[in-house]
Design a protein around this ligand. Structure first.
Ligand SMILES: *Cc1c(COP(=O)(O)O)cnc(C)c1O
Length: 352
C-alpha cells in the first residue's frame, strides 16, 4: 500500500525544504478531482468540467497546503509562535498545524464576519483568538506590524512559504488529469491562491511534466472586487466571507498570473453565488462554502457569455468545505418541517 505522505514529501523536489526542515504535516493534499457532468449539462455539455475539491483537506480548506510549509519553515528557524489575520480558514489551519507542531498560534479575525465552523476550529485547536472590531485588511496591517517587531512568525499568504505549499494544488491537478487543463477557474480574495496555482503550473511545465499551460480565470464577489475594479474597496461586502477582502496582498502577482496566462478576472453577485452554491450541492452532491461557489457562479456566467473555447477542459478549485458556514447553508435551504410522531402525519408531509 502506498500511503499519501502530505504535500511536502510528495513534492519535495519542487519545494524549498532540506533534510533539516522538520516537516509538520496533517497529510494534507491528495484531494479528489471530481468530474461534474451535471454542471456541464446545465451549462455546456461540450465542456469537460472537473472540481478540485479542496474542502476535503484536513481542516477543510486549501490553506492546509500552504500551512504545512509555513509552519515547518517557522519551526526550522526556531519559532515558538505564529500569528495571522484571517477571514477564517487561515486561522483554522494555522491553529491546527501549530497544535501539531507544539507551538502557539495567535489569530485575528474580523468580528461578525467569520463563519461559525472556522471560529470553532481555531478555538478547539487552542489558538488565542482575537476578534477585531474592523475588517480583514485592518487586521492584516496590525499582525504584519506585530510580526516585524516581536518573535512571532507571520503565516498569512505574504509569508512566501505559504504560496510555495499552495502551488502543489496545480501539481496534483496535472498528475490527476495527466495534463494541464485549458482553463483554471478560482475564487480570488487575498489573491494568493491564483498566484500559487499559476506558479505551480509554470514549474511543472518547465520541468517537462506537462506540455500545456492553462488560462487562469479569477472570480471576485461583486461587493469585494478590488482587482476587477482596479481600486481598493474600503468596505468590502459579500456573503462569501472568505473572499471579503478589499486590498489583496497578492494583487500584483495575481494580475500578472491572469495576464501572462491570457486569462481574466470577473465578478459574480451574491445572488449568483448562492444560486451556484445550491446547484452544486443539489446537482453534484458537493457541499462547499460560498466563496467556493463563486467559482461555479463564474463558470455559469462565463459559459453564458461564450468565453471558453468549445470542448475545453476546465478545472474549478472549490476552496473550502460547506460545513464551515452552516448558517448560510441553513438560510439557503428549505426549512425542516416539524411533525407529530405518527406515520399518517409523516406520510402526508412526504406526499406518499
Ligand atoms: C482563503 C480562501 C479563499 C481566497 O483565497 P486567496 O488566496 O485569499 O485569494 C477563497 N475561498 C476560501 C474557502 C478560502 O479559505
Amino acid at each position: 500500500m502506498k500511503t499519501w505522505r502530505g504535500v511536502i514529501e510528495e513534492y519535495r523536489d519542487f519545494l524549498p525544504v532540506s533534510d533539516k526542515t522538520p516537516v509538520v504535516t496533517l497529510f494534507e493534499g491528495n484531494t479528489p478531482l471530481v468530474p461534474a457532468p451535471r454542471l456541464a449539462e446545465a451549462t455546456d455539455a461540450r465542456m469537460q468540467i472537473y472540481l478540485k475539491c479542496e474542502g476535503f483537506n484536513p481542516t477543510g480548506s486549501f490553506k492546509d497546503r500552504g500551512m504545512t510549509m509555513a509552519i515547518s519553515k517557522a519551526l526550522e528557524t526556531g519559532a515558538r509562535a505564529v500569528i495571522c489575520a484571517s477571514t477564517g480558514n487561515t486561522s483554522a489551519s494555522a491553529a491546527a498545524f501549530a497544535a501539531r507542531a507544539g507551538i502557539r498560534a495567535f489569530v485575528m479575525v474580523p468580528k461578525g464576519a467569520i463563519a461559525l465552523g472556522k471560529l470553532s476550529q481555531a478555538g478547539i485547536h487552542g489558538a488565542r483568538v482575537l476578534m477585531v472590531d474592523g475588517n480583514f485588511d485592518q487586521a492584516l496591517t496590525i499582525v504584519r506590524q506585530i510580526a516585524e517587531r516581536h518573535p512571532v512568525t507571520l503565516v498569512n499568504s505574504v509569508n512566501p512559504f505559504r504560496l510555495e505549499g499552495q502551488k502543489t494544488g496545480a501539481f496534483e491537478v496535472c498528475d490527476q488529469l495527466g495534463r494541464a487543463p485549458d482553463y483554471h477557474l478560482i475564487p480570488v480574495g487575498n489573491a494568493g491562491n491564483i498566484t500559487a496555482y499559476w506558479r505551480g503550473y509554470r514549474e511543472y511545465h518547465r520541468a517537462g511534466r506537462v506540455r500545456e499551460l492553462p488560462r487562469m480565470v479569477g472570480f471576485q464577489a461583486a461587493g469585494a472586487a478590488p482587482i476587477y475594479e482596479n481600486r481598493i474597496i474600503e468596505e468590502p461586502r459579500t456573503v462569501a466571507t472568505a473572499i471579503k477582502i478589499g486590498n489583496p496582498a497578492s494583487w500584483g502577482p495575481a494580475l500578472e498570473a491572469m495576464k501572462d496566462s491570457r486569462g481574466w478576472v470577473d465578478i459574480v453577485t451574491d445572488e449568483e453565488i448562492l444560486r451556484a452554491y445550491r446547484l452544486l450541492a443539489r446537482e453534484e452532491g458537493i457541499f462547499m462554502e460560498p466563496a467556493s461557489a463563486a467559482t461555479v457562479a463564474g463558470l455559469i456566467k462565463s459559459i453564458k457569455a461564450g468565453r471558453f473555447e468549445s470542448g475545453s477542459t476546465l478545472i474549478l478549485t472549490l476552496t473550502g468545505h460547506g460545513l464551515k458556514d452552516p448558517d448560510t447553508a441553513l438560510e439557503s435551504a428549505s426549512r425542516p418541517t416539524t411533525v407529530p410522531p405518527q406515520i399518517d402525519a409523516v406520510l402526508a408531509q412526504l406526499g406518499l
